[in-house]
Design a protein around this ligand. Structure first.
Ligand code: AMP
Ligand code: MG
Length: 486
């Protein structure tokens, strides 16, 4: 069925979050951004809103992106939340620079909550400026669309407006606003704030709000809260298994950055694994390595424990513990399915976990590029062998792997096609994002953003004309330090 495309005056807003009690948010207007310019828009994300792609390139849409104008029906507000940041509870965070415009219901009945990130100060800005810099909005924009193309649950990004207004981080940069989309922006920290304030009525209201909007099959059940917690735990476990299998490091897995829907949320100092190192820390500010790649699954559980604790006024503590006990199994089941898939193993056999663990040990010992290795393995062990320094060690593993493949149905071509559907050729490497950022910030040349977006839309396709985008990082990439500064 052909959907009628809309312009921005025709959004069907139904702002459920804004109908929660005022304790959940502060209503306020975005701070205007002088002389905005369009940086990029995502036509695929526009489809979520049935938004006309031509409209997205209009002056009035640019003004909406910049926060200078509101679409009719929007009710901007900053959401309240708390959170555990690097293990320490912070009783009040909240949207310090983001504003929820409202929730748009599309022709398919899907609800998309629209948020401007970088739209100016809010009552939750504390000492910060309420702005986002162009550099960090480009990274979030590209990565959210890239993660979606990889099949990983994530918030989406509709577009970026930039401006010459200076924003001071380590050096002067310029302001930008990202328009972000998600079915809901509620976080674990949205619950933690009312637990800490001993407001069980608000906790119940928030849980019911999320259940009715996003877990409708649970609404009205006598054990809805318990089932909801269980579902969030399982979704989180599966999400992190997906991160591990693609080598994604989030960088700041604070509970205020954990989506209640199990989406990848709040892209800051993230990174994709290149030379494989289980202890890899992508965030320069994470001096202790709390959020190192190999810690992500444990932190996911720790974060779920904070959510469960926040829900103890609604759910018996023993029931919470039983739900938490399901995390590990949910994680391992998903992880093993995904890792077997990366090796082209369609069926599960005893010993597969050892085969998987051993190849990762080899990659770590050799510092082999994670993405390139698994993509090459689809072409056969000879192609993968060329990436290894110690060929003898690899040959011993490859002999076991080849023997294991013999137990698989189908021929090599089928296996290769299957592997290429799960082992991406293209991921958003830091240096690729950096080239796009440099062109944008130095020359207002946004062409590289659009080029990357189109390549990363099809991460599993060969795209031989874009081969260079699948190469390992150049030497200068070592100097890119991504931190919490955004
Ligand atoms: P993050 O680590 O980016 O998830 O942010 C943690 C908290 O700091 C959230 O409450 C953000 O809204 C807030 N925050 C981050 N950057 C800024 C900024 N430039 N201005 C105001 N608040 C900010
Ligand atoms: Mg955040």
């Amino acid at each position: 069925m052909q959907t009628t495309l809309r312009d921005i005056t025709q959004f069907n807003f139904d702002n459920r979050y804004a109908r929660l009690p005022p304790a959940f948010y502060r209503k306020l207007q975005p701070t205007p951004l002088a002389s905005p310019y369009l940086v990029s828009v995502s036509d695929e994300a526009a489809e979520l809103l049935d938004l006309d792609p031509a409209e997205m390139r209009s002056e009035r849409f640019l003004n909406i992106l910049a926060g200078n104008q509101l679409p009719p029906g929007a009710e901007p507000l900053a959401m309240l939340y708390a959170g555990h940041q690097f293990g320490t509870f912070v009783p009040q965070l909240g949207d310090g620079r983001a504003l929820l415009l409202g929730e748009v219901v599309n022709a398919r009945g899907e609800r998309w909550s629209m948020q401007l990130k970088g739209a100016g100060e809010t009552p939750f800005s504390r000492t910060a400026d309420g702005r986002a810099v162009l550099r960090s909005t480009i990274r979030e924009y590209l990565c959210s669309e890239a993660m979606h193309a990889l099949g990983i649950p994530t918030t989406r990004a509709l577009g970026i407006a930039g401006a010459d207004e200076p924003v001071y981080r380590e050096t002067p940069e310029t302001a930008a606003v990202l328009l972000r989309l998600a079915p809901s922006h509620v976080r674990f920290g949205s619950f933690e704030v009312f637990y800490a304030r001993r407001e069980p009525a608000y906790l119940t209201q928030l849980a019911n709000h999320v259940i009715e909007g996003h877990f409708p099959s649970l609404a009205g059940l006598p054990d809805a809260h318990e089932k909801f917690l269980h579902e969030v735990i399982v979704r989180t476990a599966r999400l992190i298994a997906q991160w591990q299998a693609v080598g994604f490091c989030h960088g700041v897995m604070n509970t205020d950055n954990m989506s209640i829907l199990g989406l990848t949320l709040d892209y800051g100092p993230f990174g994709f694994m290149e030379a494989f190192d289980p202890g890899h820390i992508c965030n320069h500010s994470d001096t202790q390595g709390r959020y190192a790649y190999e810690n992500q699954p444990y932190i996911g559980l720790w974060n779920c424990s904070r959510l469960a604790q926040a829900l103890t006024p609604l759910i018996d503590a023993e029931v919470c513990n039983a739900a938490l006990a399901r995390y590990e199994g949910a994680y391992l089941d998903q992880y093993n399915v995904l890792m077997r898939g990366k090796l082209g193993l369609a069926q599960a056999l005893d010993g597969d976990d050892v085969l998987i663990g051993d190849v990762l040990t080899l990659l770590a010992a050799h510092g082999t590029d994670f993405t390139i290795f698994f993509r090459a393995l689809g072409d056969g062990t000879a192609a993968a062998r060329d990436l290894m320094l110690d060929r003898d060690a690899f040959d011993a593993w490859a002999a076991r792997y080849t023997a294991r493949l013999a137990a698989e149905p189908g021929n090599d071509a089928e296996r290769r096609a299957r592997m290429n559907r799960v082992n991406p050729k293209y991921v958003l490497r830091n240096h690729l994002a950096q080239v796009a950022i440099d062109k944008a910030t130095r020359h207002k040349d946004f062409s590289e953003i659009d080029r990357l977006l189109s390549i990363l839309r099809r991460p599993f396709d060969e795209q031989p004309e874009h081969h260079a985008y699948a190469a390992p990082p150049p030497a200068w990439a070592k100097d890119i330090a991504v931190s919490c500064s955004s």
